[in-house]
Structures are given as structure tokens and as C-alpha cells.
Design a protein. Structure first.
Lengths: 479, 362
């Protein structure tokens, strides 16, 4: 059992208030995590400017090199953690034991973080569209292609606040480019997932990044609210209600449910059998936990056959131990959550026109002493107007929805990822213009296919920096 | 005298008080209308059967707060006080018809006694105080002024309406609640900047906000002249207490946590020792009031350091209230030398671990 302190700009602070992180199957206490009271952050934020100042003392290319070094440390090294230390295997085991993800998936997520850190130079180049990164440091400058036109990007906050979730360790890739852009971090970890923020902070520090640019403030809901109140820029993960709550707040970027979908165009829908692997992967990979996992497959015809075919593939999947390399399902580790979700699904299935297609493959809900699982679930909806046609749950769940192609764009609502399987260029053009779609894949691409060089739910650079006018004398510009 | 002997003497004094107060409130010559009528409906006679405090715990049912909401105040007037105008005090920050308690001089007694626990270093005599918190119909405002006066001090007041704050928070109007708090802090810091104030009586969250305002301006509570702080009204767990003492009060300003209400009076806190690790323990103003930490299903006290519900019994000539279950839970703590009876520690709203409680700024 490890005691993990609050980190106040890199300095450990032993809180008297502690939260136990327990193994979801055995109940073993894995760690005691010190809880910060909101006032600590309120006071520390008076020194937030120091985080950016110390980072600006290091040129961005050097910070990028440090993140590459941190990548290897994160993936391979035994690093300090609280009053103990943590090997990569410890990390995978601990993260699995508290989040419910199978161990091989936690290792895969480590690889994802490693990939992003290792390719940081390319990612920054892509996100800034090739901007001379010195302009971010200095606040202004010129580009070689237009040497007489000053450019200015002004940091909107010395730190980015992150209110992180417990259920999906994959989201951590989103904040990794922040430090090399010379912006500090205020992290509020999810109660069951303190592991990645602390390990990443340890890897950064070991790689030479100043410890005073990172604060980690574990705590409850009021701590999350304090992060939102105190940081000039905040990224928060939550429900559709959270998204609604912060709608219109330019300081807050909210990552809510994805409602990601595969849309089959009328031109290719008759060849649906060619794309079953893609559909199954989109629904089932990473235990269906991500916002990029597919929760809806929409087509104008063959929907019953499609639903049956997917159900045949993933309906029989059984619960396996988290250490099993074949385990494909993650546990629900929050008491009562799986039961509540299954209750909602059962209620949804009582509506005419909604069919539970995986029912024939056995019970879905499996309750255990300290956790529960829901086995992959496929519904068929005969109309996009059914309540279950546009829902998302954090496990392999999808509705196959019958909907005329011409109605799809209107009926799908806000959708994080659309994979449109079509060669109909006119429809592809409509999809490209649809502002309710964030990530767009045209062609047979799974919803979970990520290109890290592309933005995710908004460009991080645009969120942290504001392009503005900046004029000065030519002599000064040259200095 | 050993602690054991002190505990025994305190228990004897409590038993004597119990008998005396039951005799007072249940005798037709001295009692109030409510208790006399209540006794008539029982199949037992308190005058004959209450011989100790444990008899009160075992024979009386829990006091119903509806009695203080639904009945006119005069039913609580003891015969001896008839014709003497009384104060009407209201409790807490709830909405709807509040609980009301009448009184004459009770509020002065606890606070005069409390003054003896304060040091001149942190609460200098013949100076100025400020109270930032609920005034209105609560007895706190008069009590604080009395306490200041006992020490030769005068007190400034900034009001806060906790009922309005709770309503704003419940309605999701966080911006309004924040603006109201800013308004209160504005008023308090304005007085503190323009007048000499050495002691502050407020809630923990307001203390944070006031300190933050001074610090944002490059000052601090200490630099502003504050030498002593009373704090109460909302939960202070050990971490939060440590935060207040170390970071806001810089280990230089005297910190006196308070637990009190209209129905009880004021409990005193156990002086901090390093082994307490910032856990706050309060001891009721016994024998005038008794706090027990009980399992409400069995009516038995829980073990020491176990959590239970706080039960209050008040026994003064002005008011008798047996076995009122507070909306708080706490850990039971053993008697100590200055207060040789049980204490209540780490008080928090009952069920706080099970559900979200709206405490607001008060």
C-alpha cells in the first residue's frame, strides 16, 4: 500500500484527509491518496505564473526532447510514487485493479501515452500547422514565408486545469502536449485513477522538466469545481449534463459522451457484410469505454441482419479475469453503476420497435461482490426516434438503427466520430459541412482509428493560445 | 484532583441538575404550559421518576422539533417568568417555518463562561471585534456582542442570510451565491481596513474568503491586525482545520473553533495538543446542556472514537429540552481535565458520507 501526497507545484503535501483506492475484486487497499481541500488550490494559484515562467526558461525544442525521454521513463522505468516506487508492471496492475480495465488494456494505454510523448515534435508541428514554436515562447515573431508580417500567439493562462475521469485512462494523451508548449498543469485525478497523473509527473521530473510546473490536487466534486473556478483554461470530462453546464464558457473545454457512429451510405449498404470486422472493432475494442467507441450503426436497410451479425460476434464474449490476456471486458467498479445502466437499457427495450438482439446469448448483467460487468449488448431500433437509438454506455454497447440516409445528418445529433461508409461524394460533402460532427472519417475506417497529428474535439493550441494582432518596429522585430 | 474524581463529581452535579430542572419544569408552581400538559398525558410522573440524568435519557422520548415550529412561543414560558418579555431566537438556515426558542438571560451565561477560556494575547481586552455571519433572528448576534462586552470590547457586525445562500445553491444559482459572498466579504474587509479590529467571529468559508481578499492585496489577516479568530457553523475536518491554522492564520493568530446553536448555547473546544492532529473536540456547557453521541436506533452511546448521532439535552430554568437529535454526527471522545465529561469530535452533517449536504457558506 502506497501513500500518495498532494503535489503543490511539485512539492509533496501530506494531507490529513485521505481516500483509499481499492482493488475492485479483492477489496485490497492499493493506495491512500491525500485529498486536497479547495483552499489549497486557491492559495497555490497565486503562484501559477511561476509554472509558465520556469518552463519558458527552457526552449521548446529542449522540452520536446525531455518529453521524449519521459516517454521511455513512463513506459519502462521504475519511478518514485508517494512513499514508495512503481515499476511499469506495478502501474498496469494497479490501474487495472482500480479502474476495472483488463491489464493488457492498461498496458496498451501506456503505449499510447508513450507514442504521443515520443512523437511530440510532430504533434506540435501538426497542431500549430508548422508554426515556429519560438513564437509561442516569445509571444510574437515572424515566419519565413512572410517575414514582413508579425504573428502573435498569446497564452490565455499560465496553467491548464484538468478535471480527469476515473474510467478511461486513454484520455491522458490529451494533456501531454501542454508542458512542451510551456504551460503548467493543474491536475485533479479521477478518484479511481490517480496512477497516470502521478506517474507522468514523475517521468517528467525525472526527464528534467521543472517539478514546480505541475500540481496534482486529488479531491471530490468541490475540488473539481475549484479547478474550473481558478484556472484560466480548463479541460473537464463528464456527462452530457456537464457538457450542458459549461456550454458557452470559453474557458472550459468539456469532453462528454461521444455518441460516435458508423453511417452506411445507400450506395454501399448492400455490401454491409464486408464491414462487419470494422463495426465489431469500433464497438468492442478497449472494452467499449472510449468516447470514440461506436455506439450506433445507422443504415437505411439490412439493419436487422447487421444487428444479428454483430451480436453473433460479440454477444457470446464472456467475463474473464483482468489478468487474462484474452479479457475483453472491463468491470464497473463504482457500486450500483452497472445495475443502474442495465435498468435503463431494460426500460429502453420495453419501447415498441426496440429489440435486444444479444438476449439469446445469455444474461448480460453479471454482478460480483465488489463490482459488476455488462456483457456486450446490441439493440435494434426500427426508427431513429426510439429512445435507445442515440445512447452511449461505457462498455461494448451499440444500437443498430434503421434510418433513411437523407435523415441521418439531422437525426444523429452531436456526434464525436462519424465513420461514413460511402463513395457518394455529394453525401460526403454534406457530412463535411455538418457542424454536429467533430471527427469525420469518410470510407471504411473504424471510429477508433486515431491520427495523433490531428486535433481532438478542438485544437489544443487554439484553446491555450489566442492569435492576435501585434505590431512593432522592424528593428525590434528582428531582435 | 484526579481526572477520575473530577468525572465523578461532574456526573453527580449533572444528576442533581437533572432532578432540579425536572422539578422546576414539571411543578405546577414553576413549570411551563407545554411540559405540564405533556406530563398529564403520560403514564409516568417525571417528578417522581427522574432521579438522575440517565433517567432522562431512558424515560423521555426524543424531543420533537415540530414542537418548536408549530406551537406559539408562550407555551414555553415557565410560571416564574410570566409577564417578563422574552427574546425569540430562531435556529439554522432551513427554509419554511423555523424552530423558535424563547429566552431571557441564558445566552449570556454560556458566553460569559466562555470568555474565561480566551487569552488576552489573542483576544485583547478593551478593543474591537467583528462578527461576519448570520445575525437576524439568531441569538448568536446578541451572544457575541455580550461576549465582546464582557471583555471590554465592542463589536462590528456584517450580516449574512444563510437561508438565502442555501436557496441559491439548491437552485443551481452558484454565480448569485458567489456574488452575495463577495458582497459580504466587501463589507467585512472595508471595516477591517478602516477600523482597528483584533478578533473575528465568522464561518470557515467566509474566513477563507476574507483572508484571500487581504492576501490578494499583498496583506494578510495578521497584517490587518487580527490576533484571534472564532470559527464555527460548518464542518471542519482535521485537514481543513490544519489548513486554516497553518495557511490562513500562519500559526500566529489564535484559533478558537466553536460549536453552538440556539437550542444548546456554546460548547467549548478541547485545547489543541499535537496528538490531536487537528481533530476538533467540543464539550457541552454541562450541566446546563449535555451532548451525547448515540446510536439513534438503540439510544445507547457509541464507543469512544466511533461515529454516532449527536443528541442534545438542555436543562436551564428558562428551557428544558430532553434528547433532541441534532442534524449532526460526530465521534464520541472521552472526558478531559478542564471538561470532565464526554466530548463530540469532527462534527459534520448527519449522513454527510452518504449524501451531498448543502452547507453553503454557513
Amino acid at each position: 500500500m502506497i501513500n500518495i501526497p498532494v503535489l503543490r507545484w511539485g512539492e509533496p503535501y501530506q494531507s490529513l484527509d485521505q481516500n483509499e483506492v481499492v482493488h475492485f475484486r479483492t477489496g485490497e487497499t492499493l493506495a491512500k491518496v491525500g485529498q486536497a481541500n479547495p483552499g489549497l488550490l486557491a492559495r497555490d494559484m497565486r503562484k501559477a505564473h511561476r509554472a509558465r515562467e520556469v518552463l519558458r526558461e527552457i526552449p521548446i525544442p529542449e522540452l520536446v526532447d525531455m518529453t521524449k525521454k519521459a516517454a521511455d521513463l513512463f513506459l519502462k522505468a521504475t519511478l518514485p510514487l508517494g512513499d514508495g516506487e512503481q515499476s511499469p508492471d506495478d502501474f498496469a496492475r494497479q490501474q487495472s485493479a482500480s479502474t476495472g480495465l483488463p491489464e493488457h488494456m492498461t498496458k496498451f494505454n501506456m503505449e499510447k501515452n508513450h507514442f504521443v510523448l515520443t512523437n511530440m515534435d510532430q504533434i506540435l508541428d501538426a497542431l500549430t500547422r508548422g508554426l515556429d514554436l519560438d513564437i509561442l515562447s516569445r509571444g510574437y515573431g515572424v515566419e519565413a514565408r512572410k517575414p514582413d508580417l508579425p504573428l502573435s500567439y498569446q497564452a490565455q493562462s499560465p496553467v491548464l486545469g484538468m478535471v480527469l475521469p476515473s474510467n478511461s485512462p486513454g484520455v491522458h494523451t490529451l494533456w501531454l502536449p501542454v508542458i512542451p508548449m510551456q504551460i503548467g498543469l493543474v491536475l485533479k485525478p479521477g478518484p479511481q485513477e490517480p496512477w497516470t497523473p502521478y506517474r507522468m509527473a514523475a517521468a517528467f521530473v525525472e526527464a528534467g522538466i521543472p517539478r514546480e510546473c505541475i500540481g496534482i490536487y486529488p479531491g471530490g466534486g468541490e475540488m473539481g469545481a475549484e479547478v474550473v473556478n481558478r484556472c484560466g483554461r480548463v479541460m473537464i470530462f463528464g456527462s452530457a449534463q456537464t457538457v450542458q453546464h459549461y456550454s458557452g464558457n470559453a474557458n472550459v473545454q468539456v469532453h462528454g459522451p461521444g455518441y460516435s457512429k458508423i453511417l452506411l451510405g445507400d450506395d454501399l449498404v448492400d455490401q454491409w457484410e464486408d464491414h462487419i470486422d470494422l463495426m465489431v472493432d469500433s464497438i468492442y475494442k478497449n472494452s467499449g469505454r472510449g468516447c470514440i467507441n461506436c455506439s450506433g450503426i445507422w443504415a437505411s436497410r439490412h439493419t436487422k441482419e447487421i444487428a444479428e451479425a454483430i451480436a453473433e460476434r460479440i454477444g457470446p464474449i464472456e467475463v474473464k479475469d483482468p489478468e487474462d490476456p484474452e479479457a475483453g471486458l472491463a468491470a464497473f467498479t463504482v457500486d450500483g453503476q452497472a445495475e443502474a445502466i442495465w435498468g435503463m437499457i431494460e426500460e429502453g427495450c420495453s419501447e415498441d420497435g426496440v429489440t435486444h438482439v444479444t438476449a439469446k446469448h445469455g444474461d448480460r448483467l453479471e454482478s460480483m461482490e465488489r463490482c459488476a460487468y455488462i456483457r456486450p449488448t446490441i439493440l435494434h431500433c426500427d426508427s431513429p426516434d426510439r429512445k435507445m437509438a442515440n445512447t452511449e454506455y461505457m462498455y461494448p454497447f451499440a444500437s443498430v438503427v434503421e434510418c433513411p440516409q437523407e435523415q441521418m445528418l439531422e437525426k444523429i445529433g452531436h456526434t464525436l466520430v462519424v465513420s461514413a461508409i460511402t463513395e457518394d461524394e455529394a453525401w460526403a460533402a454534406q457530412l463535411a459541412d455538418a457542424t454536429n460532427v467533430d471527427r469525420l472519417n469518410i470510407g471504411p475506417l473504424p471510429t477508433i482509428a486515431l491520427n495523433w497529428l490531428q486535433p481532438h474535439e478542438g485544437n489544443l493550441v487554439d484553446f491555450l493560445f489566442r492569435a492576435r494582432a501585434y505590431q512593432t518596429t522592424p528593428a525590434r522585430m528582428g531582435t | 484532583m484526579s481526572l477520575e474524581e473530577k468525572v465523578k463529581l461532574a456526573a453527580e452535579a449533572l444528576d442533581a441538575r437533572a432532578v432540579e430542572m425536572v422539578k422546576w419544569h414539571f411543578s405546577p408552581q414553576t413549570g411551563c404550559k407545554f411540559w405540564l400538559e405533556w406530563a398529564d398525558k403520560q403514564d409516568w410522573n417525571p417528578l417522581e421518576e427522574i432521579k438522575s440524568f440517565s433517567d432522562i435519557s431512558n424515560k423521555f422520548p426524543n424531543f420533537q422539533d415540530e414542537w418548536l415550529r408549530d406551537l406559539q412561543p408562550e407555551v414555553w414560558v415557565p410560571k416564574e417568568y410570566e409577564g417578563i418579555p422574552f427574546n425569540i431566537f430562531e435556529t439554522g438556515g432551513t427554509t419554511g417555518m423555523p424552530k423558535q426558542r424563547i429566552g431571557w438571560d441564558d445566552y449570556k451565561v454560556d458566553y460569559s463562561e466562555f470568555s474565561e477560556t480566551l487569552t488576552d494575547e489573542h483576544f485583547p481586552r478593551n478593543h474591537y471585534w467583528i462578527m461576519v455571519g448570520p445575525t437576524g433572528p439568531r441569538r448568536l448576534r446578541l451572544a457575541i456582542e455580550h461576549l465582546a462586552n464582557v471583555r471590554g470590547c465592542s463589536c462590528y457586525f456584517v450580516d449574512l442570510d444563510p437561508r438565502w445562500v442555501k436557496r441559491l445553491i439548491k437552485n443551481g444559482q452558484g454565480d448569485q451565491a458567489k456574488a452575495y459572498m463577495e458582497h459580504v466579504v466587501d463589507q467585512a474587509t472595508t471595516i477591517m481596513k478602516h477600523r482597528e479590529v483584533s478578533a473575528v467571529f465568522t464561518t470557515p468559508k467566509l474566513l477563507e474568503a476574507i483572508a484571500e481578499r487581504f492576501e490578494a492585496e499583498g496583506s494578510s489577516l495578521y497584517d490587518a491586525g487580527v490576533r484571534g479568530v472564532f470559527c464555527g457553523g460548518t464542518t471542519m475536518n482535521p485537514q481543513y482545520t490544519r489548513f486554516l491554522m497553518e495557511e490562513l492564520l500562519e500559526n500566529k493568530i489564535g484559533f478558537v473553533p466553536t460549536y453552538g446553536n440556539t437550542l444548546m448555547g456554546l460548547a467549548k473546544h478541547k485545547p489543541f495538543e499535537p496528538e490531536d492532529n487537528f481533530s476538533i473536540t467540543y464539550h457541552a456547557p454541562q450541566p446546563r446542556a449535555v451532548l451525547r453521541v448515540v446510536n439513534p436506533d438503540t439510544n445507547e452511546p457509541v464507543e469512544y472514537d466511533e461515529w454516532g448521532r449527536v443528541e442534545l439535552t438542555t436543562m436551564t430554568k428558562e428551557f428544558f429540552m430532553p434528547r433532541f437529535l441534532e442534524r449532526d454526527e460526530a465521534k464520541r471522545r472521552p472526558p478531559i481535565d478542564p471538561y470532565p465529561w464526554d466530548g463530540v469530535a469532527e462534527v459534520r452533517p448527519f449522513g454527510a458520507m452518504q449524501k451531498k449536504i448543502v452547507e453553503g457558506v454557513y
